[in-house]
Design a protein around this ligand. Structure first.
Ligand code: C2E
Ligand code: CA
Ligand code: CA
Length: 582
């Protein structure tokens, strides 16, 4: 985000002009927004009297952070700072045509309550203040780059400034950042190859810091910086953006080169003094070189953040859909609670069939979100988000309860046998709550345990989850291993966790069907399941050929579009009634 975009965003969030301007530069000084807002509020006093515009005080704060003097003996620095302050005020006054007071810019005096009410009512801040905000940002950006030039051209070599000198080290980082951006801009202008941005940070660095102390944390950062520096050759530039966030910009011809670079670097920084370091890498490959540099950096940052949450890979490439997915995330977070209270979540049921009997033998409960404006939202679009923020717990309880009610309804209608399986997110398996919730639900709805089955996906070996699954099993629940063959060491997990049924993943089956060797593996899995006395069910069965193949190798239970899609529970109930002649 550019400074102007950031300031505009803050104004829209109802921050004052002084907060918007200082806030826009917060990142440059590695300051958190909260502190920046508090400081700029104190200095916005003139503005609150309708007097001097808050943009001016905020801009002087920005300049102060970059060059303010702090050593009473350092007259040179003081004179330089004063000169720059005057320069700013002169340029701002010129650009604003003399309007430097809040009451001139807004056309109202906010110290008068009636005027303030009018400002609010007519939304004058968003209409009139951006002129001042944008002017001062333009001037500041220009001045900061001049200041850098002054600095690099003067005899103060930024490399010589001692590290413990806080203000100077800020100048030093501005200097480094500017130099880095200049190099990258030159690369973007001159290189005939593709350009990639790789941004990375240390996973859970805060915990490392807390655990081993900040001094050790700093050592780690130095170590990462050194390894990064050594990894970069000509045409590759690096920067330590802030604390544990680093970025490398490099040329490449094939994306594989970027991955290879990352893998080499990752191997070098895998651990420091026996402390394991796990990194998250976000990659942005430039498509349009006219885009602002900051926007490219932002995209790499977005990819890095996505890599943090990804358990499969620590390298994520920025894709256009990220933007949309951020929007999507916000929508979900803002609407999920209402969705529960207004019963927008619905249970769909997908029948499971026996091939030999050509009969329904059960169903899987799958959640759907019917939003009054957006229509049907499918689980793949919202489950990952609510798994991350923990809300999945509420949604699952809701679906489990629906499933229990459905089973109860079948019993009442004289349909004695129709087990329903529900999905159990890994989030539940971290504590004991779900065991109590499930047992309580069964009791309340008068349901025998065998009728409610639990589907658990194991994506990696996880002792804790295996242990919880064992407890559920001891409570008498039937456990289905979901998505077998789609992820990690599935066979190991079979040793650790006492599953009753394996659900063969759709992809696994598809892959297995294409060659004779694959078919052999599939046969072995079926025979293994038989020997271990495990039930087997194939998911995502779409074609007649698949049904025939499964039957020929001895897998009888299936679920998939070939037989039926997931459907509203009422529809499934009708199907069941037909089958049982009720
Ligand atoms: P899953 O548990 O593997 O569920 C099977 C998914 O495959 C369902 O997608 C189903 O509609 C789809 N499917 C079934 N037959 C076929 C077929 O023949 N071909 C194809 N292409 N797809 C088929 P759905 O309903 O979109 O659910 C996606 C995933 O979301 C589920 O995968 C499950 O992991 C999760 N999920 C759904 N409902 C819940 C829930 O209530 N709680 C939790 N925790 N997760 C849920
Ligand atoms: Ca499932
Ligand atoms: Ca599945």
């Amino acid at each position: 985000m550019t400074h102007k975009e950031k300031a505009d965003q803050l104004l829209h969030q109802q921050y004052h002009c002084s907060q918007a301007v200082f806030g826009a530069f917060a990142d440059d000084f590695d300051m958190d927004l909260k502190t920046v807002f508090k400081i700029s509020t104190c200095f916005g006093a003139g503005m609150r009297q309708g007097g001097i515009c808050g943009c001016i005080t905020a801009s002087l704060l920005v300049l102060g952070m970059a060059i303010g003097f702090y050593d009473a003996q350092d007259r040179e620095q003081e004179v330089y700072g004063n000169k720059k302050t005057e320069e700013f005020i002169r340029r701002f006054t010129e650009q604003m045509g003399g309007d430097t007071n809040c009451r001139d810019i807004l056309g109202k005096d906010i110290s008068i309550p009636a005027d303030m009410a009018a400002v609010r009512q007519e939304g004058l801040i968003l209409k009139r203040c951006p002129r001042a905000v944008n002017s001062c940002i333009e001037i500041l950006e220009d001045m900061l780059s001049d200041i850098l030039k002054d600095m690099t051209e003067s005899n103060i070599d930024p490399q010589d400034i001692p590290e413990n000198d806080e203000m100077q080290s800020i100048l030093k980082s501005i200097g480094k950042l500017k130099r880095f951006r200049r190099n990258v801009n030159n690369l973007l202008l001159s290189s005939e190859k593709e350009i990639g941005f790789i941004q990375y940070d240390i996973r859970k660095f805060k915990i490392v810091n807390d655990l081993y102390g900040e001094k050790f944390g700093d050592e780690i950062l130095d170590f990462v910086k050194k390894q990064t520096k050594e990894s970069c050759t000509e045409g590759q530039f690096y920067i330590n953006l802030r604390s544990d966030v680093f970025m490398v910009v490099m040329e490449f011809e094939y994306e594989g080169e970027l991955v290879a670079f990352i893998q080499r670097l990752d191997a070098k920084i895998a651990s420091y003094k026996n402390v394991k370091l796990q990194m998250s890498y976000g990659v942005y490959t430039v498509e349009d070189r006219r885009m602002e540099l900051r926007q490219m950096e932002d995209r790499a940052a977005m990819a890095r953040k996505a890599a943090k949450n990804n358990i499969v890979s620590n390298i994520i490439f920025y894709k256009e859909q990220f933007k949309e997915s951020l929007y999507n995330r916000k929508f979900i977070e803002e609407n999920m609670q209402t969705a529960i209270t207004e019963r927008q979540f619905m249970m769909y049921l997908q029948p499971k069939y026996s091939i030999a009997k050509n009969e329904i033998i059960g169903a899987e409960a799958l959640v759907r979100w019917r939003h009054p404006q957006r229509g049907m939202i499918y689980p793949d679009q919202f489950i990952p988000v609510i798994e991350e923020n923990g809300f999945i717990q509420k949604v699952d309880y809701y679906i489990w309860e629906e499933a229990c009610r459905f089973i109860h309804k079948c019993k009442e209608a004289g349909i004695a046998f129709c087990p329903v399986s529900v999905n159990v997110s890994r989030v539940h398996l971290r504590d004991n709550e779900c065991i109590h919730v499930l047992s309580d639900m069964l009791k309340r709805n008068g349901i025998p345990k065998g009728m409610l089955e639990l589907e658990i996906t194991e994506t990696a070996d996880d002792q804790q989850i295996s242990f919880k699954a064992l407890q559920l099993k001891e409570e008498g629940f039937t456990l289905l291993m979901d998505d077998f063959g789609s992820g990690y060491s599935s066979l190991n997990i079979l040793l650790e966790t006492p599953f009753d049924v394996i659900k063969l993943d759709k992809k696994f089956m598809e892959n297995m069907m294409v060659s004779g060797k694959g078919r052999l593996i599939l046969e072995q899995v079926v025979s293994m399941a038989n020997k271990l006395d495990l039930g087997l069910l194939a998911e995502g069965v779409e074609t007649k050929e698949q049904v025939e193949l499964l039957q020929s190798i001895g897998c009888d239970q299936v679920q998939g579009y070939y037989y039926a899609k997931p459907m509203p529970q009422e529809e499934f109930f009708e199907l069941l009634k037909q089958q049982y002649g009720k």
